[in-house]
Design a protein around this ligand. Structure first.
Ligand code: DQA
Length: 142
């Protein structure tokens, strides 16, 4: 069983999207780094990005039988989507929520995430390193 790494809307533009907030690294760079570390840790990952809420939900449903953990950056859906929270609540393994930026330092509408109620842990503000730290959590046998 593998770890699903799910990315929400606009994260396909990572690297060119507001680099002063999100950095210069692309999502492909993040994927490559995660694959390298996963190999070292003996973990398998499935990396996915979608701009559509329904596709993210479908992927979480798929994870129910295929994944032993989910790392998710729901992006703007963090702040709006009860549907993604509900989907994650059908998944019986650990969930780690990652945000590249520190959402608590930004506009107040970013301070609340529906997903956080479900997540074992939340990493925000450490840039793309957050994804790698989340992977380390699963390496510890969680
Ligand atoms: C984000 C923070 C969200 O508020 C924003 O909508 C994003 C990215 C982050 O990774 O910092 O798209 O999840």
């Amino acid at each position: 069983k593998c770890i699903y790494v799910l990315n929400g809307p606009n994260l396909n533009l990572l690297g060119s999207r507001q680099p002063e907030i999100y950095g210069a690294e692309t999502l492909a760079d993040v994927h490559r780094r995660l694959l390298g570390r996963a190999l070292e840790l003996g973990l398998e990952i499935e990396f996915f990005q979608s701009n559509s809420e329904g596709e993210i939900i479908d992927k979480i449903h798929e994870a129910r039988s295929r994944a032993r953990g989910i790392i998710i950056n729901p992006a703007a859906y963090s702040h709006t989507s009860v549907a993604i929270l509900d989907a994650l609540n059908t998944f019986e393994q650990p969930v780690i929520e990652v945000h590249i930026s520190n959402i608590h330092q930004r506009e107040s509408f970013r301070h609340h995430s529906f997903v956080s109620a479900r997540a074992e842990g939340v990493i925000a503000g450490l840039g793309t390193l957050g994804y790698l730290l989340a992977l380390e959590y699963f390496a510890k046998g969680s």
